[in-house]
Design a protein around this ligand. Structure first.
Ligand code: GLU
Length: 278
């Protein structure tokens, strides 16, 4: 017997680190339209792991702005801050299989080694400083015996291997591990999972069948596909949305207060008008 195709299950995954802007609204609207067209459901995931940047007032604004814009989700909101046991279990699995290694390089070290500007859109290739084979035997043994919190932890990418997927919007995508994406963080020294790990654990654990998000995360999708594979999980489909830019062609960020949904609403703009303009 052939299994019936899974029912479409999408998600909106904002981070309450600032006010949502028109770019978020556009991506989320696409997510909602795709869920509706497939007769599926949509859930809201609150990506609130970055304790230093997430604020309760942004969370309240996020929910109010999504509702104002006409976005609907089924089921109570899921907050990443309440799911740490699941991230910890995935971490242990990666550690047991040797997929990750402890790293003592700071973000600053990595950018400096690559000569990359600090505000680069994506992280530079990790130079491999803390890969076990580049450490002295004693240091390697010391780190292997250490506790999780003593270091941050990186996923070791299979150098030279192609990582491929078919994007629902942009078609076939391919990156070479070690060339376009390097060893990336899965756990922070401050004791939490990276965005990459938390996102994979949740998209898989919550049964998401298609991830709709901005094209700024295309490179992260390759990283996440490596994690799905290493964790023995089935990846969802992916649909990346073109990014919204301002009138100077600069990609919208949370600092673009002029295009924050809050501001537009206060100026009397309606969601229908805003949608008609994009
Ligand atoms: N919270 C992440 C962001 O806002 C979610 C990315 C994703 O959709 O995977 O960038």
């Amino acid at each position: 017997m052939v299994n019936p195709p899974p029912v479409y299950r999408g998600r909106l995954a904002p981070s309450p680190t600032g006010l949502l802007h028109l770019g978020h609204a556009r991506t989320f609207w696409t997510a909602q339209e795709r869920a509706r067209a497939a007769g599926g459901t949509l859930l809201l995931r609150n990506d609130d792991l970055d304790a230093a940047r997430c604020r309760p007032e942004f969370e309240a604004a996020m929910i109010a702005d999504l509702r104002w814009f006409g976005l609907h989700w089924e089921e109570p909101m899921v907050a990443q801050s309440g799911r740490s046991a699941l991230y910890g279990a995935a971490f242990e699995r990666l550690r047991e299989t040797g997929a990750i290694y402890p790293c003592s390089c700071s973000r600053k070290d990595v950018f400096a080694a690559a000569g990359a500007p600090h505000e680069a859109a994506d992280e530079p290739l990790y130079p491999g400083t803390c890969r076990p084979e580049n450490l002295a035997e004693t240091e390697r043994a010391r780190r292997a015996a250490g506790r999780r919190e003593e270091h941050s932890w990186r996923f070791r990418v299979p150098d030279g291997a192609p990582v491929e997927f078919r994007d629902g919007r942009f078609g076939p995508q391919r990156a070479i591990a070690g060339r376009e994406i390097g060893d990336f963080l899965v756990w922070r020294k401050d004791g939490g999972p990276s965005y990459q790990l938390a996102c994979v654990v949740d998209d898989a654990g919550l049964g998401i069948t298609e991830v709709v998000r901005g094209a700024d995360l295309l490179l992260s999708t390759f990283r996440q596909l490596l994690l799905y594979h290493a964790l023995g999980l089935t990846p969802p489909a992916f649909y990346h949305c073109p990014l919204v830019t301002d009138d100077k062609g600069v990609r919208l960020a949370k600092r673009h207060d002029a295009l924050a949904l809050r501001t537009l609403r206060e100026q009397g703009r309606t969601p229908a008008q805003l949608r008609a303009e994009w």
